[in-house]
Design a protein. Structure first.
Length: 224
């Protein structure tokens, strides 16, 4: 049994690595703080004949119990910030050269996918369209244009570690590179109305021969 859902994109591992880094560092300091908390409760519990000591927290030998861990936590924060910037840049700011493109359109309550036809260009007569089923080829880099026809949606592919809001009136560009063949879930991760719960889709990551066969069988919108 896997602890996490499968990794099916080129940057899924880096996202998981960042989450693991945050979990380990935050978890370490949480356990240290709780351990010290309960030790202090036990160490300075009420005892017969022992007078309570008044502590202001300004004493140097006590302040170092705060200052030193605080400084170490800040050092850990630096590692988290550096890791987060690297992942953010790779996924959100860097647009690698694309092998193919697709337009993703969210609407109440379905996903519409528009593919370029044989000419390799969108918005021409040979464009292909599908609803709720996105077909892509394994190990190809895709650049997507994400749009919304009505309200705020969120295009989420958990196995890709991809999650991006679709905002009405805007076209948001992003990318992904599938690395694992199979059929996986697409979710709308933003409450978008009464039918939000049924706005689900599937992404079919296919080998080159399978994808070529699907393209050959697909009919352009102009032929339908």
């Amino acid at each position: 049994m896997q602890l996490l859902i499968p990794q099916a994109s080129s940057y899924a591992a880096s996202v998981d690595g960042l989450i693991l880094l945050v979990t380990v560092l935050a978890g370490f300091w949480f356990l240290m703080a709780e351990g010290m908390f309960f030790w202090l409760i036990w160490r300075f519990r009420a005892k017969p004949g022992v007078k309570t000591q008044y502590v202001t927290g300004e004493e140097k030998h006590l302040k170092r119990w705060i200052n030193i861990p605080h400084a170490l936590v800040l050092v850990c924060d630096v590692f988290i910030v550096i890791g987060a910037i690297k992942v953010w840049y790779n996924i959100k700011l860097r647009l690698p050269e694309a092998d193919a493109s697709v337009r993703i359109i969210g609407q109440q309550w379905a996903w519409v996918f528009q593919y370029p036809g044989r000419d390799g260009k969108l918005d021409t007569a040979d464009d292909l369209f599908t609803t709720d089923d996105l077909y892509v080829q394994k190990d190809k880099t895709y650049r997507f244009e994400l749009q919304s026809r009505d309200v705020l949606h969120d295009f989420s592919v958990p196995v890709f570690r991809l999650k991006q809001d679709a905002i009405p009136g805007r076209t948001i560009t992003g990318w992904f590179r599938p690395t694992r063949a199979g059929t996986f879930d697409i979710q709308c991760a933003e409450i978008c109305g009464i039918g939000h719960g049924v706005m689900a889709g599937r992404i079919h990551v296919q080998e080159a021969s399978q994808y070529a066969a699907w393209v050959a069988d697909a009919r352009p919108a102009s032929d339908q």
